[in-house]
Design a protein. Structure first.
Length: 202
């Protein structure tokens, strides 16, 4: 039986290099590609971008608004955990779809600037400070979710014989609590306390 356990940073580095490095690169490419694709496609069609944005969130103003630290922290922590948990659905690779969705949302925001009256630079200022930490955490969560999906799918197809409860579950929990959750906490602190200060200075 293949052992996938790790207990600290060095073990995580081995797990990352051996099992999810390429998946992280793939998720990064999907995320950036979705931003660029939707920005280009909707750059000259603000009406369509606005319709898509309203379908996603009828109250557009909430997309770039700031909330209290506790709601933001809960939302961010849940998002990372949820992405990993989505991997338990075999064969569908839903975390990859979620990655594309998040990238496309940013691209749609860029395309709808004439309607929202939010400039491209202001969107970047709203996203980049905490996004420097949040986006890698989301991509890592998605990569772990994809890994879970791949592992369970291979187990169903009898291509891999990993014990899901003894090996896979502890591995994902350690990854979440030792790597992803701390990144989400840092991201939340930046989003709630630092980003508004940067915006106020502009």
């Amino acid at each position: 039986m293949q052992k996938l356990k790790y207990y600290g940073w060095q073990h995580f580095r081995s797990f990352y290099k051996d099992h999810i490095q390429m998946t992280v690169l793939l998720c990064t490419a999907l995320f950036i590609g979705s931003i660029l694709l939707f920005s280009v496609l909707l750059g000259n069609n603000a009406g369509l971008a606005t319709k898509l944005l309203i379908r996603i969130d009828p109250n557009i103003s909430t997309l770039l608004s700031f909330h209290g630290i506790l709601p933001t922290l809960i939302k961010n922590l849940f998002t990372g955990f949820y992405l990993i948990a989505l991997g338990i659905i075999p064969f569908l690779y839903i975390p990859a779809i979620f990655t594309v969705f998040n990238g496309s949302l940013i691209g749609i925001l860029f395309g709808a600037t004439s309607y929202t009256n939010i400039s491209h630079s202001m969107i970047l200022v709203n996203i980049l400070p905490h996004g420097i930490v949040f986006i890698p955490a989301i991509i890592l969560s998605a990569a772990c979710g994809i890994y879970v999906c791949k592992t369970i799918s291979n187990r169903i197809l009898h291509k891999q014989h990993i014990h899901l409860c003894k090996d896979l579950l502890p591995l994902m929990l350690r990854t979440y609590f030792l790597i992803i959750a701390p990144l989400m906490i840092v991201s939340t602190l930046i989003e709630v306390f630092i980003t508004p200060l940067i915006i106020a200075l502009i």
